[in-house]
Ligand binder design. Structure first.
Ligand code: UD1
Length: 417
């Protein structure tokens, strides 16, 4: 599939944000910690979520999914993850913690790199090792064995979101007390902790330190996933970039602090209520620099969308990504539209740009959304290929954009003549 975008003068109206992908994935993994029934509502209908369902099924679980409600039942039987699924979903590493909490062994295909650059899992592995899991690598697989998974005092070298989740999952059902220092505090982790507590886990957090008292048995739970702050940020930035006035509903503004303050600094009018954000984009916006970092700093996932927005600012701005310093693969594609950008020493400098449509190729999930929004700003027609990336993480993206008046459609790719 490809996206066909035409210049759109403004976005007007309102959109509803779906459940959070990055909260849904660890919550699904947490279902492996019990054989009781778990019901998860507000589950976004996404490719990544469906791959996680396939992983759970592979391990013995039954998953039913209808109208954004997932029901997970059945026993965890196997702890072996096939390479095909692991390659499709990096977040599949999140099942390591629960598998090792419940089974004496597990084997996982190595996740490998991705379009955001090198993505090691050493912090996950050091934590699991400290808890008593030994592993070796054989023919591209990590083979884990443990006697007892026991609580440990772990200090992360860097606050990794995935490692924090994996270790919390393992610790919730391990024997004894685990302390995780210098951990991540992203809202999606708070959501995972809420779900784990609903299952009976004992978790407390003080600053960036989590303390978990492991429980021999965790039960089922009925839970609703938080709204997707990255999807909310995407639509907020779409309105700020294209122009107009849009209300983004079912969003939690308190999760979007860094983005909203940067937009205000750029001159974009923002008003917020408890569950919605309204954006009024002026004719001219000011250039504003960003540096991404662990929450509550500016999220790396919104960095490509910020770059697109800054192309219409009157002056030069810059982006430094401290989480994924190589996350600039989209720059060359945007240049094909006429983006005036220079990437040097891992800093992207963005100048005011006049865009005109052509064919471009999405390289990852957030870059795909950024390119489609750039296509709405460009003169003429922009065709964005490789939409498979977009479907991994945005539910009904085109329907939502069209509801705001965006001139965008999806087409099947026809064979070249
Ligand atoms: C999660 C999000 C992703 C987001 C990212 C940063 C999910 C499913 N994905 O990814 O959308 O962009 O957080 O907010 O929630 N690192 C190591 N060793 C490790 C683990 C991480 O060096 O063992 C490094 C990574 O290479 C990266 C940084 O730490 O440079 C942050 O990664 P991490 O927070 O773990 O991101 P993910 O959990 O993979």
């Amino acid at each position: 599939m490809l996206a066909v975008c035409r210049r759109t003068e403004k976005l007007v109206g309102s959109v509803d944000i779906s459940g959070s992908k990055n909260a849904a994935l660890p919550v699904l993994s947490a279902c492996l910690l019990t054989d009781d029934k778990c019901v998860i509502r507000n589950m976004p209908d996404l490719e990544d979520v469906r791959i996680m369902f396939a992983l759970l099924r592979k391990m013995g679980k039954t998953v039913k999914f209808e109208n954004n409600r997932a029901e997970v039942t059945g026993q965890l039987r196997h702890g072996a993850l096939p390479e095909k699924l692991v390659r499709k979903l990096r977040a599949s590493v999140l099942v390591m913690g629960p598998v090792l909490a419940r089974l004496k062994e597990g084997s996982f295909a190595l996740p490998g790199g991705c379009a955001l650059g090198e993505r090691p899992i050493d912090i996950h592995l050091l934590g699991l090792k400290a808890m008593g899991a030994a592993y070796s690598i054989l023919r591209g697989r990590m083979i884990f064995k443990r006697n007892v998974l026991k609580g440990a005092h772990i200090k992360f070298s860097f606050p990794s979101v995935g490692a924090t989740e994996n270790l919390l999952l393992a610790a919730a059902a391990a024997s004894g007390r685990t302390v995780i220092e210098n951990a991540s505090v992203e809202p999606e982790i708070a959501d995972l902790c809420l779900f784990l507590k609903a299952m009976g886990a004992d978790i407390t957090r003080t600053g960036s330190v989590y303390t978990v008292k492991g429980k021999a048995r965790l039960g089922g739970a009925d839970f609703a996933v938080m709204p997707d702050r990255i999807e909310a940020g995407t639509f907020i930035l779409a309105a700020a970039s294209v122009g107009g006035s849009a209300r983004v509903d079912s969003a939690n503004p308190s999760h979007l602090g860094a983005l909203l303050s940067k937009l205000r600094a750029a001159g974009v009018k923002i008003s917020q209520k408890e569950n919605s954000v309204t954006v009024n984009s002026p004719k001219k916006i000011k250039p504003v620099n960003i540096v991404t970092g662990p929450y509550p700093a500016f999220p790396t996932d919104l960095q490509p969308l910020w770059a697109v927005c800054m192309m219409r600012a009157s002056g030069r701005s810059q982006i430094r990504d401290k989480i994924f310093p190589a996350r600039f693969m989209y720059v060359d594609e945007l240049k094909r539209l006429g983006a005036s950008m220079v990437l040097k020493n891992a800093v992207l400098r963005i100048n005011t740009s006049r865009l005109s449509g052509t064919n471009i190729y999405a390289c990852d999930l957030r870059a795909a959304a950024a390119m489609i929004i750039a296509g709405l700003m460009a003169e003429g027609e922009t065709r964005v290929y490789e939409l498979k990336h977009l479907f991994r993480g945005y539910e009904n993206f085109f329907g939502k954009l069209r509801k705001l008046g965006a001139n965008v459609s999806m087409e099947r790719i026809r064979e070249e003549k």
